[in-house]
Design a protein around this ligand. Structure first.
Ligand code: SPV
Ligand code: MG
Length: 292
């Protein structure tokens, strides 16, 4: 199953079909994203951290993230792209964690060129410090060498634009990571318009596809992104947790306002909807076959 998912993602990249990945912080969110028609799931560090109500700054352990990736991969049939932040250390750590993520059923990892511990990218005035290019090339090479399945995708992410280092540095880093063996390069921007990212995409002369996370510039549509011909994956980085948090905030407030649940019940997914997402059909099959 894992190998088939890996091949699916690898093939989408090879064919330059735009692959859409929605963030998830748990298997239920991943299942709902799959049902909505996304091609894959983004195992977001930001979402998982937010679901624990802690900053996205390597506060959670690698084990906590890995176990959530295992649970998500076991639940959905679409490829899962794991956000491994900076790789939880240096190239030695990367060599050890890649086989663990692969064994957990993940089809791709995204690793970023910031120092450990990281700070989240979209935080105002965040601490954005990058490691040396050569050091990160070593980490990418370690990831590529550590994979068991050749179709397991290694995505290198440069935070050069996030760190305010400019286009030249961003392009230099992206090319260096491609040279180190990355299958794709994620370029992130926190500008509120797509200009910065589109300038990078236009200047990109590398062979591998790019990956975009348009959180800060939501006006850029999938059609716009596909039209560049250079982007393989679009990641919606935090829309599951924001949707969930927003819905909880408004429903909880209404219950307090109304003094009961009478006003919210009809608009919520039913209890049977939830039981369905819990895999009720499968349990009924098991009951029918084995409970005597
Ligand atoms: C995440 O979702 O954890 C990401 C994307 O890495 S961002 O939060 O925009 O950095
Ligand atoms: Mg992240």
């Amino acid at each position: 199953m894992g190998a088939g998912k890996n091949k699916g993602l690898k093939q989408a990249l090879a064919e330059r079909r735009l692959f859409t990945a929605m963030a998830a912080h748990n298997p239920l969110a991943a299942k709902i994203a799959q049902e909505a028609g996304f091609d894959g799931i983004w195992g977001s560090g930001f979402e998982l951290s937010a679901s624990y109500a802690v900053p996205d700054a390597n506060i959670l352990s690698m084990g906590t993230h890995l176990e959530m990736m295992r649970a998500i991969a076991a639940t959905v049939s679409v490829p899962l792209i794991a956000d491994i932040d900076t790789g939880f250390g240096n190239a030695v750590n990367v060599s050890y964690i890649i086989p663990q993520y692969e064994a957990a059923g993940v089809s791709a990892v995204v690793m970023e060129d910031k120092t450990f511990p990281k700070d989240t990218s979209l935080r105002a005035d965040g601490r954005q410090e990058l490691v040396r290019v050569e050091e990160f090339q070593g980490k990418v090479e370690a990831a590529v060498q550590a994979r068991q399945d050749a179709d397991f995708v290694v995505i290198a992410r440069t935070e050069a634009l996030i760190a305010g280092l400019g286009q030249e540095q961003a392009l230099r880093r992206a090319l260096a990571y491609e040279e180190a063996g990355a299958d794709a390069v994620l370029i992130h921007s926190k500008q509120k318009t797509p200009d910065e990212i589109l300038a990078f995409v236009a200047a990109w002369k590398g062979r591998v596809p790019l990956v975009l996370v348009p959180t800060a510039y939501p006006q850029l549509t999938e059609a716009d992104i596909a039209a560049t011909g250079k982007v393989g994956i679009v990641i919606y980085g935090n829309h599951a947790i924001r949707a969930a948090a927003g819905a909880m905030r408004s429903v909880f407030a209404q219950i307090r306002r109304d003094g009961g649940i009478q006003g919210v019940d009809a608009s919520l997914p039913s209890v049977s909807d939830i039981i369905g997402w819990q895999g009720d059909m499968r349990m009924r099959d098991i009951e029918r076959l084995f409970l005597r």
